[in-house]
Design a protein around this ligand. Structure first.
Ligand code: AN0
Ligand code: CP
Length: 318
């Protein structure tokens, strides 16, 4: 595997899950694989889980790790070609990327959607330039349109907790005060349909996602109806994807907050969220603290998905 940005990069999912569960049994089996190899993690945006779990995963593989927060301490980067750089940006991404590639063997990149231009976001300009110009295997730590390390961890978690071969998984939009990317829900839909689960997506009108990601899922605008018989409830906020409202917050309607009444409509579903979560906007205290909430084991699996991905990238090095 030379890059990891989407579900297609990881190959058959049953093998990816089996490999992850093997790693989870003994995460130090491959502690020599990354000897004298360096992982560079580049963050254009904040992170708690991705930062810590990915660093831990690389350390489990014996790697050295460097972390750069581009917006804290590095030069401000221009990303557009052709710009006269007479403003506050001192360096261009087109020099910065190959330079970063000189100092490491593998690069992880976090670069969220700007939510200003749909075309720019959905072309994945930043991570695609890293893939093209760094000379190194690159993996996504959440790019503009996908968060595959999260979805891989979500898949591992569902495989661990499911009691039916083909569980009903409900991804529900929930309110949030700020405009958030569609990366997590896009990616979740892509991975859950690839896994063959019964995926139902529920959201208010206007919050339709890119059909390229949701093909194979059922869309249900009535949240109560969607929750009926669910085995897993996956809550997430996202901003609008449609052309007219791209990147906007169309609703903060708290009748969409996941609460105990709604969870009672399910088949005793587990509650999931990628975190960070805003309590009593996305989900009530009661639900996230309940014994059906698996948000912490879900976050713990981020170390496992990252390790499985970095292991494959290390195995592909010349
Ligand atoms: C980000 C998002 O929604 O994409 C990161 C989630 C892992 N969330 C926030 O910015 C709150
Ligand atoms: N779930 C997730 O990616 O969390 P962070 O933004 O804290 O890395």
């Amino acid at each position: 595997m030379k890059k990891f940005t989407c579900v297609g990069d990881i190959g058959p999912l049953d093998m990816a899950v089996a490999e992850a569960l093997q790693i989870k049994k003994d995460r130090f089996t491959y502690s020599d694989l990354g000897r004298n190899k360096t992982l560079l993690m580049i963050f254009f945006n904040s992170s708690l889980r991705t930062r810590l779990s990915t660093q831990k995963a690389a350390m489990n593989l014996g790697m050295n790790v460097m972390v750069l927060d581009v917006n804290q301490g590095a030069w401000k980067l221009e990303t557009e070609r052709g710009v006269i750089m007479d403003g506050d940006k001192a360096e261009h991404l087109l020099e910065a990327i190959p330079v970063m590639g000189c100092y490491c063997d593998i690069i992880g990149v976090r670069s969220f959607a700007g939510l200003k231009s749909k075309a720019e976001d959905y072309e994945e300009r930043v991570i695609e330039q890293f893939i093209r110009y760094s000379g190194r295997p690159v993996f996504s730590m959440e790019a503009a349109t996908r968060h595959p390390l999260q979805s891989y961890a979500d898949l591992i978690t569902i495989e661990e907790y499911k009691t039916k071969e083909r569980p009903k998984v409900v991804m529900t939009w929930a309110p949030h005060p700020k405009a958030l990317p569609q990366a997590v829900p896009n990616s979740f839909a892509e991975w859950m349909t690839a896994a063959g689960y019964d995926l139902v997506i529920t959201h208010p009108h206007g919050y339709e996602l890119d059909p390229a990601f949701t093909a194979g899922a059922r869309i249900e605008y009535n949240q109560d109806k969607a929750f009926e018989g669910a085995d897993f409830v996956y809550a997430k906020n996202w901003s609008a994807y449609n052309d007219a409202d791209y990147g906007k917050v169309l609703s903060t309607d708290r009748s969409w907050t996941v609460d105990a009444r709604k969870m009672a409509l399910t088949d005793n579903a587990y509650f999931m969220h990628c975190l960070p979560v805003r309590r009593n906007m996305i989900v009530t205290d009661e639900v996230i603290e309940s014994d059906r909430s698996i948000v912490i084991p879900e976050a713990a699996n981020r170390e496992i998905s990252a390790q499985a991905v970095i292991k494959r990238l290390l195995e592909s090095l010349d």
